[in-house]
Design a protein around this ligand. Structure first.
Ligand code: ZN
Ligand code: MN
Length: 475
């Protein structure tokens, strides 16, 4: 088979995590009883007027900022017309002439930069539910009017694997910035794909074939790889590619024709007359930017350089928002980034496997910091700290109380010194041996081991050994 260049573009719709819909005050909630979150505005009754949800606009601007796009100076909406039962007004309020954010992109691990053409804000349509038993179709308008951002990429992606990497990174950034929960299974993130092939860089782009509403990243990858091969085979047999929308059949792993693709003019875009345009000033953008905590990339940089946390640990601390919040909250209580990162990754994660519990449901940030603090002040040993962590997770009690009750701390350094002194005077030959032979470390470890046993692990090995050496050297 001849070498072809595969050009893939993605259109990703993401539901914004607002409390209410974009043009009315109906709730934005997943899983509510059908047609309970509806009102005359989102049902498209005549003579109703939409009012834009400021929060949706802010979240959309945040998305643009998180993805390196340029935010437009004005907020303008357009009507996109089409007839379908899920769209009660027979038009969708969307953006055509001036999308909210332009440009930007995401860098893949290979160094390739996948560009966004733009990101625009629009309203969602209702959801059609087909009942195979009665062969009837129902409409749930709870989804109508939910705020969406649509990300339109340039055709920079070359295969399924790149598409998955891109989507994974996009999802992570959006969840991280609190823009969307991106739960694909709940329709909060939906992906359309367009694929074309051409022989060389100098050829114009080939005819695009679109596949809509792919249900998982895996489906996106398989559909892209199947469709690009299909197009190459068609061209190699001197067939023309038809501009169309094809359906990805997940069972058979093939694409089949669905319908001819609408052209942009079929939508009869026109400016939305029910809105006056709203200016977005540079200072508005600046204050939104300031309200955002650092994106993943900045935090990763900070953890690895400023905090000197290894890359693999840093990535784990950034793997999801909940874990990251936990870590950041701990730092507010006790600023020991490296120690705390070790405790979270090496110890706490062990207790997390097999449960769906979040870290702060296992042990509060405050309690974890108490344990790290006790260890840091040499009031307990590392072994005791681990026992204490386990006890705290099991009992949910304050680790300081647990330590007191079980007398895990409370051995004074005077007491430890006295134990060492007593042990050395009971074994006078140790001192002589320490000076004569070159068995220094062995003797120190022998004494330390004995004291640790006597104190049931409560003595801190390092300070203990220091003291033993000092006593052994004494004449
Ligand atoms: Zn409504
Ligand atoms: Mn759209």
């Amino acid at each position: 088979m001849m070498d072809y260049i595969v050009n893939v573009g993605l259109e990703i719709h993401v539901e914004l995590a607002t409390k209410t819909k974009i043009f009315c005050s109906c709730k934005n909630e997943f899983g509510a009883k059908p047609n309970t979150n509806v009102c005359p505005i989102c049902l498209g009754y005549p003579a109703t007027l939409p009012a834009v949800n400021k929060n949706a606009v802010i979240l959309a601007i945040k998305a643009g900022l998180a993805l390196g796009s340029r935010i437009s100076p004005r907020l303008l909406f357009d009507r996109k017309h089409y007839f379908y039962p899920d769209l009660p007004k027979a038009y969708q309020i969307s953006q055509d002439k001036l999308p909210l954010a332009i440009g930007g992109g995401i860098k893949l691990d290979s160094g390739k930069f996948v560009r966004f053409n733009h990101i625009h804000l629009e309203e969602d349509a209702g959801k059609l539910i087909h009942d195979p038993e009665t062969n009837k179709t129902f409409i749930d308008f709870n989804r109508a009017g939910l705020p969406l951002i649509e990300h339109v990429t340039e055709v920079d992606i070359s295969n399924g694997a790149e598409a998955v990497e891109f989507l994974t990174k996009l999802k992570q950034k959006l969840i991280f910035a609190g823009i969307s929960n991106c739960r694909m299974e709940c329709g909060q993130m939906r992906c359309d794909v367009n694929v074309s092939v051409r022989k060389t860089e100098n050829d114009p782009y080939g005819t695009k074939v679109e596949m809509k509403n792919l249900s998982s990243f895996k489906a996106v990858a398989s559909a892209i790889d199947y469709e690009s091969k299909r197009q190459i085979l068609e061209l190699e047999s001197d067939h023309k590619i038809v501009q169309e929308t094809r359906k990805w059949d997940e069972q058979k792993n093939i694409t089949t024709p669905m319908r001819k693709k609408e052209k942009a003019q079929d939508y009869r875009y026109m400016p939305e007359p029910d809105f006056v345009s709203i200016n977005i000033s540079p200072s508005d953008i600046e204050s939104i930017k300031n309200s955002m905590s650092g994106g993943i990339d900045e935090l990763l940089e900070k953890y690895t350089t400023e905090y000197a946390i290894p890359l693999s640990y840093s990535k784990l601390l950034l793997s999801d928002k909940v874990t990251n919040n936990y870590f950041e909250n701990c730092l507010k209580i006790l600023f020991k980034p490296k120690e705390i990162s070790n405790w979270i990754v090496d110890e706490l994660f062990k207790f997390k496997t097999g449960t769906s519990k979040n870290l702060n449901e296992l042990i509060s940030e405050e309690y974890l910091c108490s344990i790290v603090n006790l260890l840091d002040q040499s009031k307990i040993t590392r072994t005791v700290a681990k026992t204490l962590l386990e006890q705290t997770i099991l009992t949910k009690n304050n680790p300081i109380e647990i330590a007191k009750q079980n007398k895990l701390t409370g051995i004074s350094s005077e007491k430890i010194c006295a134990l060492v002194d007593a042990f050395l005077s009971q074994n006078p030959d140790l001192k002589a041996q320490y000076k004569q032979e070159n068995k220094n470390e062995k003797i120190v470890n022998f004494v330390a081991g004995n004291i640790i046993k006597q104190t049931q692990g409560k003595a801190d090995p390092n300070t203990l050994k220091e003291y033993i050496k000092k006593q052994l050297k004494k004449r």
